[in-house]
Design a protein around this ligand. Structure first.
Ligand SMILES: CC(C)(COP(=O)(O)OP(=O)(O)OC[C@H]1O[C@@H](n2cnc3c(N)ncnc32)[C@H](O)[C@@H]1OP(=O)(O)O)[C@@H](O)C(=O)NCCC(=O)NCCS
Length: 216
């Protein structure tokens, strides 16, 4: 059958108590390929990175796709407000020196440049922090289904925006197809530390982090 519909795959909210299964999935199919994680050493994410992602589960804004009871895709999102640029700068300082610190160095620069709540004059945004699909089911629009679930939840919660920093060319293409607006592009070769060294060196074809928003 050409282009099979993923009808056998259920998308639902990640419940409190499912954090462990979510992390097992993210460690297998998100972190190893995610360009910021892949572009800094060592390969494994730091504990603070994993704790940060899981801290979003209680908001009820994380979703997963299940096939026969097995997680095959997941999205992690959480609310942010107009204080986010200052908050990110503080977090980057707090974790400076390690892998998570380097990732936050770049994400903080992106946050300062985009500042989506102030830019669009809104009190909050539901921000997507991680999106991963098991390679076996890629190309079946599961990423799009999860992003749609996030947007629906954002509407329910009264957030006027969904925002995402796409670190991968694949996620950037995906959200463009969903009608997201491009806000900012930061090329990895242009993001340097105090000594002039490139902070993150993702493998090709990833060249930039692109920030997008969806107005609800
Ligand atoms: C981003 C991601 C979730 C997209 O997966 P998806 O929802 O299945 O992607 P799409 O349905 O939009 O795929 C469109 C096409 O790109 C291909 N594709 C998607 N991700 C790909 C990848 N990482 N490598 C190679 N090809 C990929 C698909 O196979 C499909 O090809 P086709 O048109 O020939 O069938 C997935 O690439 C992923 O899990 N990446 C690893 C983690 C990551 O980098 N996340 C994004 C950080 S912001």
């Amino acid at each position: 059958m050409e282009n099979p519909k993923p009808d056998d795959i259920e998308v639902r909210q990640v419940c409190a108590g499912e954090s462990e299964e979510l992390m097992v999935f993210l460690l297998a199919h998100y972190y190893p390929e995610e360009p910021l994680t892949a572009g800094t050493s060592p390969p494994e994410p730091e504990a603070a990175d994993k704790e940060f992602l899981l801290s979003n589960v209680p908001f009820g804004t994380c979703f997963m796709a299940l096939q026969g009871g097995r997680i095959v895709a997941a999205v992690v999102a959480g609310p942010k407000d107009s204080h986010e640029p200052e908050h990110m700068a503080e977090e980057a300082r707090r974790h400076a020196g390690g892998k998570w610190g380097r990732i936050l160095h770049l994400l903080s620069a992106v946050e300062s440049a985009t500042d989506v709540c102030r830019r669009f004059g809104v009190p909050s945004s539901l921000h997507v922090h991680a999106l991963g699909v098991d390679p076996v089911v890629r190309g079946r629009s599961l990423g799009a289904r999860l992003m749609t679930a996030v947007a629906q939840r954002a509407r329910e919660l009264g957030h006027p925006l969904v925002s995402v920093d796409c670190t991968s060319v694949y996620s950037a293409r995906l959200v463009q197809r969903l009608g997201y607006q491009l806000v900012n592009t930061l090329r990895y070769v242009d993001h340097l530390d105090a000594s002039g060294q490139q902070v993150i060196r993702p493998p090709p074809p990833h060249e930039s982090v692109q920030t997008f928003v969806l107005h609800l």
